[in-house]
Ligand binder design. Structure first.
Ligand code: HEC
Length: 445
């Protein structure tokens, strides 16, 4: 049996036990509701509008469960919110493209959706509004719940709504930097048996100043690449970097002091474009290192294939009006999370040095981080109530002009950890150490 087939079997099996309970409970609730037919269709029609997001009214208030069908209501949600990752050859461990596939994973999907584990989107609603928000609205979750409760009906394909194609991002591949060679992940390195964190030198010394305005990754083996972060390493530290195709082991960053994060790629996203007229500058002579996170859903499954991914940057030919820095609040230079502690909080502040703009934020902790909250002055800038190292990313604010800030404004961070272990955890870059930080994509005027 191949890996995908056995995953399908496993997840389906795990779901089967809960199927009847879910259906029984939800169907019971549903049948007591009033029976009009109006709410169903608009439940799925405007997943992106702020109105739909704000409107938490459940469709069970106005629709019988039988009114919710695959073609009319559920497929548009799944196509828009799941299939980017859950299709053949993508990072999701199984495809959700057809009704048959969706039925196999209906119960597991309902659980993943209700717990907001899927689609992966960590920021809490109501604190910051971010571009490319992947989360489902309460309405969409209700639609899915109703559909599962009423036995996953197919409905009439003729009633499928017209779906507008997603707008394409204009992106120029100005600089392509492949990994130095093919690399076969060694999952036995991690305690989970499912992760391999590895750094590769993409360039030992860039030959001119670069102004990066966007980035993308062309994964070699899409199903295995869970994130890819590029760091700039100052020339002085770059000399000792191991350059071969095998790279070197690293975890939270490039494994060296004084590096700067340039890009954070996660699967299932279009190319990232930095805000207009801004760029991150890389100096001639600096090295570029990519940290790859390889992941497999089923530890112990078949031998992994070799990967050779290519990092792609869009560049500005001239120095743009505003250069961005990745700076922001973080924990103290050294900190300790006591053994057997829970809800231990590390905090820090960063004072805006000059009038400018905050365009985005990159919250960062490691594995025992639980919650991370960032404030700009009195305002909530991002709140991640359930941290998952796997899904960290750079979040850009939805506001087209970013958040204007004045010199002297104080920003702050609170990182919360649970350390069930019998040894204290100190700060550092390796997987058994912790970090606390949230650099902003900040441009001074
Ligand atoms: C950005 C990519 C991405 C999107 C979008 C996404 N998934 Fe996933 N999904 C994954 C990955 C990767 C895993 C493997 C576990 C992990 O990495 O967290 C997974 C695992 C799962 C699992 C099994 C494990 C679990 O956590 O229960 C289910 C069920 C699932 N996804 C359903 C969905 C559904 C339903 C949607 C849409 C509403 C969705 N996913 C959207 C990437 C994605």
């Amino acid at each position: 049996m191949n890996v995908r087939a056995s995953i399908v079997a496993l997840v389906a099996l795990a779901s089967a036990g809960c199927d009847s309970a879910v259906i029984g409970r939800d169907a019971g609730d549903g049948t007591t509701d009033s029976a009009t037919d109006s709410g169903g269709s608009d439940a799925a029609s405007a997943p992106d509008s702020a109105d739909a997001r704000a409107d938490a009214s459940a469709i069970e208030d106005s629709a019988t469960p039988a009114a919710v069908t695959w073609h009319e209501h559920v497929r548009p949600i799944v196509n828009g919110r799941c299939v980017t990752c859950h299709r053949e050859g993508q990072v999701g461990p199984f495809a959700l493209e057809t009704l048959a596939q969706m039925r196999t994973f209906a119960a597991a999907s309902l659980r993943a959706i209700e717990s907001r584990r899927m689609p992966p989107w960590m920021p809490m609603q109501g604190c910051g509004q971010f571009a490319q928000d992947r989360s489902l609205t309460e309405r969409e979750i209700d639609t899915f719940r109703q559909w599962v409760a009423s036995g996953t009906p197919e409905g009439d394909p003729a009633r499928a709504p017209m779906v507008e194609p997603a707008p394409t991002v204009s992106f120029r591949a100005d600089l392509r930097l492949p990994m130095p060679g093919a690399y076969t992940p060694d999952f036995s390195r991690s305690t989970t048996g499912a992760d391999d964190y590895r750094c590769f030198v993409l360039s030992r010394a860039v030959d001119r100043t670069l102004w990066i305005t966007g980035y993308d990754l062309e994964p070699g083996v899409r199903a295995m690449v869970h994130h890819a972060n590029v760091h700039a390493v100052p020339a002085a530290s770059a000399a000792g970097l191991p350059a071969g195709a095998q790279g070197y082991s690293c975890f939270g960053g490039a494994g060296l002091a004084n590096t700067r994060t340039l890009s954070v790629w996660v699967p299932g996203t279009p190319p990232t474009k930095f805000p207009a007229n801004t760029a991150i500058e890389v100096n001639a002579g600096e090295a570029l290192v990519v940290q790859m996170h390889y992941y497999r859903f089923m530890p112990g499954s078949a031998a992994p294939p070799a990967d050779r991914s290519t990092m792609i940057f869009e560049l500005s030919p001239v120095r743009p009006a505003r250069l961005a820095q990745m700076v922001g609040p973080g924990g103290p230079g050294s900190f300790t999370i006591p053994a057997r502690s829970s809800a231990h909080v590390i905090g820090g502040v960063w004072t805006v040095p000059a009038r400018g703009t905050l365009w985005g934020v990159l919250p960062h902790m490691h594995k025992i981080g639980r919650r991370i909250t960032v404030r700009v002055g009195d305002a909530c800038a991002i709140d991640i109530p359930t941290w998952d190292f796997h899904w960290q990313q750079l979040y850009f604010y939805q506001q087209m002009g970013g958040i204007p800030v004045n010199a002297g404004l104080q920003t702050s961070i609170a990182c919360e950890y649970n350390n069930p272990g019998s040894t204290p955890v100190t700060n550092g870059e390796s997987s058994d150490e912790e970090m606390c930080g949230a650099p902003f994509y900040y441009t001074p005027e």
